[in-house]
Design a protein around this ligand. Structure first.
Ligand code: HEC
Length: 172
């Protein structure tokens, strides 16, 4: 009776096969890790100076697809127009519920006189039929930008507040 017969069946029969198996056992994981590292590393399509690997950008990409509402503190700052389209136009585009209509200088004229800060304050805290932030969930700066966008369309001459130095902005 040969000494091999009692052993569990193994594809490794000769010392040469054993050496090959050991080499493969090392090489395969290393190859897999190398592939993973390459995929996680910098994306060559994003040139120097972009914020592609910034914490925000990465979090943005990793976030679950099904998530509907997310507020990234300090995420890319929306422009006044973007906030307006997303949040304010519901009432202000048509002038619903007594809202001063977008682009209606007669409706905005008397309100502009109280100054930008007061208008922003109304938008942040709510006024009359308008809830705080117009019911939305934006940063204060984004709301201020939306106010400038709307007020200027109604005859105001406010400067849309800029993104803080170094902050990512969707568009300035
Ligand atoms: C649910 C409807 C609604 C939405 C959404 C809404 N507003 Fe208003 N808004 C109003 C109404 C109504 C008024 C008039 C309030 C009053 O004077 O009683 C108003 C007034 C304002 C005024 C003038 C405040 C003043 O002191 O005269 C500003 C500025 C303003 N809204 C900004 C915004 C911005 C910015 C957004 C989006 C982030 C927004 N609103 C979204 C209904 C809305």
């Amino acid at each position: 009776m040969s000494q091999h017969h009692d052993e569990p069946q193994s594809p490794i029969k000769t010392p040469k096969q054993l050496i090959l198996a050991v080499i493969f056992a090392f090489l395969v994981p290393i190859f897999a890790i190398a592939l993973l590292v390459r995929n996680v590393g910098t994306n060559p399509r994003d040139g120097a100076g972009t914020n592609a690997m910034g914490e925000q950008a990465v979090a943005e990409r990793l976030r679950p697809v099904g998530q509907v509402l997310i507020k990234l503190e300090g995420g890319p700052l929306k422009t006044g127009e973007q906030v307006f389209q997303a949040q304010c136009s519901a009432c202000h585009a048509a002038g619903l519920l007594g809202a001063p209509k977008f682009g209606d200088a007669a409706a905005w004229g008397p309100r502009l006189g109280q100054g930008f800060a007061a208008l922003v304050n109304s938008a942040l805290k709510g006024k009359g039929n308008m809830g705080p932030q117009g019911g939305g969930d934006h940063s204060d700066l984004e709301i201020a930008r939306a106010v400038a966008h709307m007020a200027n369309a109604g005859g105001g001459k406010f400067e849309e507040p800029k993104a803080p130095e170094g902050a990512a902005s969707a568009a300035n």
